[in-house]
Design a protein around this ligand. Sequence first.
Ligand code: ASP
Length: 476
Amino acid sequence: MITIKRTLIKETIKEIEKKVKVCGWVQVIRSHGKILFIDLRDVSGIVQLVFGPEFEKDKLTQSIRPEWVIEIQGKVAKRPKGMLNPKHITGSIEIQVENAKILSKAKTLPFSIDDDGYEINEEKRLKYRYLDLRRKRLKKNLEIRQKTIQFMRDYLIKQEFIEIETPILTKSTPEGARDFLVPSRNQSGKFYALPQSPQQYKQLLQVAGIEKYFQIARCLRDEDPRGDRQAEHTQLDIEMAFVSQKEILDLIEELYISIIKKIFPEKKITKIPFTRMTYEKAMEKYKTDKPDLRRNKKDPDELAFAFITDFPMFEWHEKDKKWGAQHHPFTLPNFVSQNLGGQAKNIKEMKKNPKKILAFQYDFVLNGQEIGGGSIRNTDLEVLTAVFEVLGHKKQDIKKKFRNYFEAFSYGVPPHGGIASGIDRFLAVVLKEPSIREVIAFPKTGDNRDLMMDIPSEVTKEQLKELHIKLNQKSK
Ligand code: ASP
């Protein structure tokens, strides 16, 4: 075979009467007497290959099966009139094969990949995710995900935000879920935590003078299996200095309107500007803090965005008999609206009656689902200490536990705030997918197992020993 450069299938239509080399997976085989037709698929599309009578006795060609990986060289020819296939971009041409090479054989797939796959057992799909992803629907979802993320990046960078990566090996941050812990091999008995979010780092970046930070951040939370959740999810994480709540919400509103216009032009946004409503009003009117404000819930292309504001600072956890933070402890309590009068009085009142205190906290809601949340942060160390006290921390431990904050904030901290919006959930809603697993390349099951990689999995005795860990009898 003369070596020529590979042509992507979508480009073959520009090569009429020329010789090309194409590679890909065999999608469909049709035998018509002496002629064999194969639909070949690559990342860019599908093209029809024609193996003429000269291949009739060629054993290898005749043995080709679906999903084999092959490489062929041949001439691009216009299809005869009446044989056009408008379903494919290459439907007006075919390739008359001159040489064929088998690059890899394939067993029969465990399921069909020609349809949308919703009917197939999901565990099976996840076990063979690399095959499931050959499905057109999932490939399209991944492409749209990438486009959306790229749009977010470009949009924010144009507004002089800086994208900064924060560590994955970090310290426990109270975000309301359990941490995944990573034992330290070098420092016996010590642990890292995987980040529930970059919350502390993005705030410390404000002390560092970054002023406009963002990150497409992975957040890891060891949550109990609960509906459509994942142990890891991706957020568009934002933090800004010298900013008001209104400015943050305006930024998000403009960003999401632009995303919809550019990437999902078929969608209709119910109301612009987005509805902004207090938590109290939402609970009173809709009995939920994530109301579905679509005018017509049967219209699959309607998007009702809303911001819910002024959440209570604390919530009572009956199970543990203690107060928790509605969002997280770094949120600024809103004493102003309550007009309690004087910092000392405010703090006293907050400790006495945590339930009454509202916060500069907001959620971002789409069609009845929470797709984001954030707050203006508390930079007043006295108030921050009091918040931690309400949450049940002992005064003398607080400074030690949150030393990074207390120390950093004593070196000139700008007022700041931010928001994080969940990319998986947003995409699932706009793509009308029943679960966020449909927009994640390698999702885990509801109980956090990865069936393809077979994890979590056991490790060797030697590994445990190095990590200074002994399993108790039950967990062995
Ligand atoms: N870190 C918060 C979260 O993950 C978002 C924020 O307050 O910016 O929910």
